[in-house]
Design a protein around this ligand. Structure first.
Ligand SMILES: NC(=O)c1ccc[n+]([C@@H]2O[C@H](COP(=O)([O-])OP(=O)(O)OC[C@H]3O[C@@H](n4cnc5c(N)ncnc54)[C@H](O)[C@@H]3O)[C@@H](O)[C@H]2O)c1
Length: 328
């Protein structure tokens, strides 16, 4: 099996590739576990270096997800698994509407068409976001059944792709599955243009000994999930039998609701005697405005029923990050 990951050199793409290499196999459209022969990380950005476990084990292809000819060459073969992660993210999309439309909508469509052209319908996993929810009538807890009425361009593009995934699947063009991800923490390295970046920065920077200024106040609540569970969840989503999802192909991923003030308390608790940077707050109205359009809590009943892995508390997520990145 060939695995193509768009946005493959990003935060989640690199971790997904590492986990797939550890596993060595993946269940795809054939319904049985197949050995993975090749992993292609397709991205517009070349990373300065690859994580050691990926060196020599993956093919990195640099290009734009709107390049239909290139996608046609990449998404080819007898057995292909597609993970579509490439995206202009939240604050970036709010700043540049045209780029968000180009990459998120037209890029998504180009990939869907390339996948549709395969000789046999492949499985395709798409990362949506809880930014799909929003608007003026947002309930306190969003569920799988809450009407997606996003109030950001990013969220709008995610909802459109969710609908396209459902319809391409209904038509039998491919077998698509969508993951509505909460904010994924703790992102290592540098932040991207996500407005939710502080939910990682508040842990990452102080744990590296750097002071951190939060752009939001302590009362904002965020649904969070640790990256380990996200990667396991994306693989689980790919491996589910087609019938497990029905017509509505996108599910809320599990999450825990954590207030910004609770993130700071968790940092101090988990850091213990470590010397950490100080955390202060200087609210940025643009970031706060985007965050307030998002749900503070999300239920994930479908994911729960389908056996998706979940985190139970923020401390264990931070401990995993320390183990994987700070102490290593
Ligand atoms: N990390 C989170 O908290 C979170 C939350 C909800 C949803 N998501 C979604 O999960 C996916 C992965 O997120 P991430 O945190 O790894 O983000 P990321 O920014 O680290 O990775 C996205 C990748 O897409 C690539 N990309 C952007 N434009 C491209 C283009 N035109 N052609 C090819 N590649 C392009 C970027 O270079 C980047 O490497 C995204 O679809 C994102 O919207 C992430």
């Amino acid at each position: 099996m060939k695995v193509v990951i768009t946005g493959g050199t990003g935060f989640i793409g690199l971790l997904l590739a590492q986990r797939l290499i550890e596993r060595g196999s993946l269940t795809g459209a054939s319904g049985r576990a197949e050995a993975i022969d090749k992993i292609v990380l397709f991205d517009v950005m070349r990373p300065p270096s690859l994580p050691a476990p990926l060196e020599g084990r993956v093919e990195v292809v640099i290009g734009d997800v709107t390049d239909a000819a290139l996608l046609g060459r990449l998404v080819s073969g007898e057995s292909v698994a597609v993970f579509h992660l490439a995206s202009v993210v939240s604050a970036g999309a709010e700043q540049d509407f045209d780029l968000a439309l180009k990459v998120n909508l037209h890029g998504g469509l180009a990939l869907f068409e390339a996948t549709r052209a395969l000789p046999r319908p492949a499985r395709l996993v798409f990362t949506s976001s809880i930014a799909a929810f929003g608007g003026d009538k947002l309930p306190e807890i969003v569920t799988d059944e809450t009407k997606p009425t996003p109030k950001t361009t990013y969220g709008m593009t995610k909802v459109v792709l969710e609908l396209l995934v459902a319809d391409y699947t209904r038509k039998g063009f491919f077998d698509g599955r969508g993951a509505r991800l909460p904010t994924v923490v703790v992102r290592p390295g540098k932040p991207n243009a996500a407005a939710s970046g502080f939910a990682s920065g508040v842990f990452r920077e102080p744990l590296s000994g750097i002071d951190y200024v939060l752009p939001v106040g302590p009362d904002i609540s965020m649904p969070l999930l640790g990256y380990r569970r996200v990667v396991e969840g994306l693989i689980h989503l790919h491996e589910l039998p087609r019938e497990a999802l029905g017509h509505d192909r996108t599910i809320n991923f599990p999450s825990i609701a954590v207030k910004v003030g609770e993130m700071v308390e968790s940092l101090k608790r988990v850091a213990g005697n470590r010397k950490i940077g100080a955390v202060s707050s200087a609210p940025n109205p643009a970031i706060e405005a985007i965050c307030r359009t998002w749900p503070g809590r999300a239920a994930a009943e479908r994911a729960k029923a389908l056996g998706f892995p979940a985190d139970t508390n923020i401390d264990s997520i931070v401990r995993a990050y320390i183990e994987d990145y700070v102490d290593r």
